[in-house]
Design a protein around this ligand. Structure first.
Ligand SMILES: N[C@@H](CC(=O)c1ccccc1NC=O)C(=O)O
Length: 267
């Protein structure tokens, strides 16, 4: 019969225990901090690559596009996880030995601290320093940190970053995060390191403790975008990747506001 029933869930309250902390979040209100990958000039770019390509498979006369007579839309996608949008990487990004991010990230919910930082000027560079992170974290030692850099303009979602010398972490800043036990760093820049650093990757190495004792379970997520509507503070983070056997994968980090959070003074 024509009877349909819909259930509108306006509040989906979950309480989970993470690292001995009970946190309650409303899963009906996701705050998506990923950038949508598009095959257009509007997609962000870094590392000197052209935009991604999404195009129908073509075999002889057959074009896999419904509007061109195919029964299905069936696209090939060409993109680079590091250059074209939100992605999560593991130490395999800088190691001689192969490591897959799909083996590094085995849990998907974390308590995360969202902080906003205005990088400091050092010569011709803009840097995020250990002192700034220390002061923003104010003694908290989160499992994940989400960093929103200032100025936070929505053009970050479409910016062409190649040759722009974007702001980056000092080596000390990355080491500080490792030392306080942060496992997952998320940032709204193409890299936590300086664009042109002659292959030094000092912050990546410090964060992963590479090559001394590589932290195989630590990840770096780059190219996120955190709307100005989201306030600094503690959140439940759901960090999901596509299951690629590769050093990096496109990812979808989503924040959930915590309800009645006694440990959160900010939101
Ligand atoms: N900064 C490095 C290059 C680099 O880091 C890089 C190059 C291509 C694709 C990704 C890179 N790093 C990403 O985190 C260099 O100047 O050699």
């Amino acid at each position: 019969m024509g009877c349909k029933s819909f259930l509108y869930l306006s509040l989906v309250k979950v309480t989970i225990k993470i690292q001995e902390q009970n946190v309650t979040a409303d899963l009906a209100k996701p705050l998506d901090i990923s950038i949508t990958l598009k095959a257009s000039k509007k997609n962000p770019e870094a590392w000197y690559l052209e935009p991604p390509v999404i195009k129908p498979v073509q075999i002889g006369e057959w074009v896999a596009k419904v509007s061109e007579g195919s029964s299905v839309n069936f696209n090939d996608i060409y993109f680079n996880p590091h250059a074209h949008g939100t992605h999560t990487e593991c130490v395999g990004h800088i190691s001689e030995a192969f490591h897959s991010v799909n083996d590094s990230l085995k849990k998907f919910f974390f308590v995360a601290e969202l902080v906003t930082v205005a990088p400091e000027t050092r010569g011709n560079d803009q840097v995020i320093s250990a002192k700034q992170l220390k002061s923003l974290l104010n003694g908290t030692k989160p499992e994940a940190i989400v960093i929103r850099t200032m100025p936070n303009i929505s053009s970050k979602k479409t910016r062409k970053y190649s040759h722009t010398n974007w702001p980056y972490f000092t080596e000390k800043a990355a080491r500080f995060l490792r030392e306080i036990g942060v496992k997952h760093v998320l940032i709204d820049l193409p890299s936590i390191d300086k664009e042109k650093d002659d292959g030094l990757l000092a912050a990546h190495k410090a964060f992963w403790n590479y090559p001394k004792e590589p932290r195989l379970d630590a990840t770096i997520t780059e190219f996120i975008y955190v709307s100005n509507k989201i306030k600094d503070g503690r959140y439940l983070l759901n960090l999901q990747i596509a299951s690629f056997h590769n050093d990096a994968s496109p990812s979808k980090p989503v924040l959930y506001k915590l309800i009645d959070d006694e440990n959160n003074t900010k939101n």
